[in-house]
Design a binder for this molecule. Structure first.
Ligand code: FRU
Length: 482
């Protein structure tokens, strides 16, 4: 390890020590989500199950609650529920990553773990350079940077990053988020037979590749995989304009389902679908585990948008990861559900069978607090509006007439403006909701839609109430999570 590397690591650990008690005193620290020990966390990186252990790395700026020269922080778990935080995996200590070890992925090959990430470099005139860097690890805990394996191919600007690598038949493939010289977003594909020498095959998707018109000026964090007989390309495009209920956040995360033609380096696909309908969700990454499950973590945050207004920054930390989710494809649509293992967190179960909700707000013993899960199942189609109030801060509303589900919350910018996000739901069958001290994740109709958001309620506001415009028979179940 170079002196520069040691210095950077020392400085980061020092930062953790210095602010530990302040960070931990924040009542908005989450109970069962992954967070940075100090500073800013963004994208999930290098998600892999390696020698039976799940590794999740993350983009980390230990020095500020702002973006900057990122490190890779490191968590591991055997069950996706209990996590251990480890020493820093990567520090931005080299000429090829001096302005950040940006996002990337992990792959296992011949018993070793290989990481690929983007080395972000800015010169004195703020011109950007980007390099794809290879790292080897014998054990998953100590890392050896092997240096640059991919220089910028022709036809792209230096916005070329976030390599995701997988193996297929005799080759390794790398998909990279890119901007082509005409300033449109692209997903670039590269191929290698040894993980060291890479050949650029072309842009497999993006504006004017196939039938897609302009679709944003940059695509970040692409991920391509097969699931349930379909091929899915996940990406985080930047530069889409709001369109009705769609694309309401500064940047989006979503997917295309299609068919990958490896011969011609082309991904023929259908429409882009947003993966999350809430306020904070970005840059998700998946991996396949030894049970054959396609697992996903997303960043429970968004870049640039109002980051300085999150109240946690007074406590020197910002952002978190979503819950780990399992993906499935059914009838051409991506479903997301919290992984089965999260049931381990369930305590103090309450069940209310065949309760009739009506226009009076009703609360239920055992369904309140800061850290809980509840499941609402409709025994019949609701014919009137459904309203669930959570901690006087977030509200779920379903209108059968408009066939629309809405999440509204009180803005954390001014503490009063009501903000809304919507999604079309023709028939509401069930809702599964995870509340943590300052987050909410709502899984609608067995994971057909998801809403993810941060919420910052007052301490004494712990109540949850349910009402429906017309009497409606439901089943309610809840658990405290810890
Ligand atoms: C997405 C992103 C990536 C980049 C990383 C830097 O949030 O901008 O494209 O690699 O964050 O932290």
């Amino acid at each position: 390890m170079s002196d520069r590397d040691k210095q950077l690591r020392e400085a980061a650990y020092q930062e953790v020590e210095t602010h530990k008690s302040l960070v931990e005193s924040d009542r908005f620290r989450l109970g069962y989500h992954l967070m940075p020990p100090v500073g800013l966390l963004n994208d999930p990186n290098g998600f892999i199950q390696y020698k039976g252990v799940y590794h999740l790395f993350y983009q980390w700026n230990p020095f500020k609650t702002e973006h900057g020269a990122k490190f890779w922080g490191h968590y591991t778990s055997r069950d996706l529920v209990n996590w251990e935080h480890h020493e820093i995996a990567l520090a931005p200590s080299d000429w090829f990553d001096k302005n950040g070890c940006y996002s990337g992925s992990a792959i296992e090959h011949n018993g070793k773990m290989y990481l690929f990430y983007t080395g972000n470099v800015k010169d004195e005139h703020n011109n950007r350079e980007s390099y794809q860097v290879l790292v080897e690890s014998e054990d998953g805990f100590t890392f050896d940077k092997k240096g640059v394996v991919v220089e910028l191919p022709e036809g792209y600007t230096a916005h070329f990053r976030d390599p995701k690598v997988w193996k297929r038949d005799d080759y390794f493939y790398m998909i990279v988020g890119a901007q082509s010289e005409d300033l449109t977003g692209k997903a670039a594909l590269l191929r290698s037979s040894d993980l060291y020498k890479w050949e650029h095959l072309g842009a497999i998707a993006g504006a004017h590749v196939g039938s897609l018109e302009d679709f944003g000026y940059m695509w970040e964090c692409p991920d391509l995989f097969e699931l349930d007989g379909e091929e899915v390309l996940i990406l985080s495009p930047q530069g889409l304009e709001p369109e009705g209920m769609l694309y309401q956040n500064i940047y989006q995360a979503g997917y295309f389902i299609g068919k990958m033609d490896y011969e011609n380096a082309r991904f023929d696909h259908g429409e882009f679908v947003e993966m999350d309908r809430g306020f904070e969700f970005y840059a998700p990454q998946t991996t396949e585990d030894d049970q054959g499950r396609r697992l996903l973590f997303g960043w429970l945050g968004l870049p640039e948008e109002r980051e300085e207004d999150h109240p946690t920054i007074e406590y020197k930390w910002i952002h978190a990861m979503t819950l780990p989710r399992e993906l499935r494809v059914k009838d051409g649509k991506l479903y997301q559900l919290p992984v089965e293992e999260l049931k381990k967190l369930r305590h103090a179960e309450v069940i209310y069978q065949n309760v009739v909700l009506n226009e009076e707000e009703q609360a239920f013993a055992g369904i309140d607090g800061e850290r809980l899960e509840y499941e609402l199942t409709f025994n019949e189609n609701p014919s009137g509006e459904v309203t669930i109030q959570m901690r006087n801060h977030a509200t779920i509303t379903y209108s059968p007439e408009k066939e629309r589900l809405t999440l509204s919350r009180i803005s954390f910018v001014d503490g009063k403006t009501i903000e809304e996000r919507h999604c079309e739901i023709s028939e509401l069958k069930n809702l599964r909701v995870f509340l943590d001290s300052s987050s909410i994740e709502i899984f609608v109709n067995d994971g057909a839609e998801v809403f993810t958001a941060r919420i910052y309620p007052d301490e004494n506001e712990k109540n949850i109430t349910f009402k429906t415009g017309q009497p409606t028979s439901v089943q309610l179940q809840a658990w405290m999570l810890y």
